[in-house]
Design a protein around this ligand. Sequence first.
Ligand code: G4P
Length: 299
Amino acid sequence: MEIQWYPGHMAKAKRMMQEDVRLVDLVIEILDARLPLSSRNPDIDELGKNKQRLIILNKADLADEAVTAGWKKWFEANGCFAVTADARVRGNVRNSYQVIEKICREKTERDRKRGILNRPVRAMVAGIPNVGKSTWINSYVGRASAKTGNKPGVTKGKQWIRLGNNLELLDTPGILWPKFQDPEAGLKLALVGTINDDILEEQTLAVQLLRFLNRNYPGRVEERYGVGAGKTSAAANPEENDEHYRGEYQLLNEVAVSRGALKKGGEGDLSRAASLLLDDFRSGRLGRISLEKAPGSSE
Ligand code: G4P
């Protein structure tokens, strides 16, 4: 799903979210576990204030487990409930059931003390495109009831999915705009393929990824492609490499050659190599990789 975000669309998405959030007690925010801050909508704290907040660190199957554990703690320390998920696997959202049950029990208890009986907890799912909102709702609800491909600005009657006695879930997730104002976040979102960045073409992304891997996950490129052994120059000498990405381009060329992605004259086809490297990264074939760590975490 591709959404073009313009100021008008963002304002509309915000208005819809403000409308919907008024109806709910709990906001279930879906983030990409590989980049929880960068995949967070910049206005979500303001939009979700005074509501219970549950963070789903989704696509945890692709992220570094230790780093994800650091994020879970960080969100919990910041007043949110937090769970990890691979939303594609139904059994995997079970840990969310337990937390949501707990949130519901607390709310029902508070209501009871105020003399309100039998009012279910109302919840909505929200997040930027492509983080797995629809997949998570489908797995959680247990049937294909969530519609995919909703665009911001399409007005519809509100539909609720009743789950047990004490929970109602808004069936359409709130689609929020990503953090493209922050270039660092934009780069990470483009790396995982959440946003299609026209400015950053694949080769640029690929060399950035190679540099990141060299510094943070040394050995992964060699393991996968059998090239680049001992190529840690980027980490050893960051200043030189900040000016040029010569080392990374060379490495990309080696990836091309190792995969037989060659141009007519026999030299490496960097464009194809970039594509396959990004594809391998996005689908987890380079192993579990997180692009950002929780503030203050050693992991
Ligand atoms: P959205 O509603 O937030 O826009 O996201 P959606 O559920 O459509 O999911 C976007 C893509 O992310 C889908 O892949 C989906 O399968 C994948 N996905 C969702 N949750 C997870 C997860 O926990 N782990 C992994 N590895 N992937 C996840 P797609 O390629 O767009 O479609 P398809 O391959 O499912 O057909």
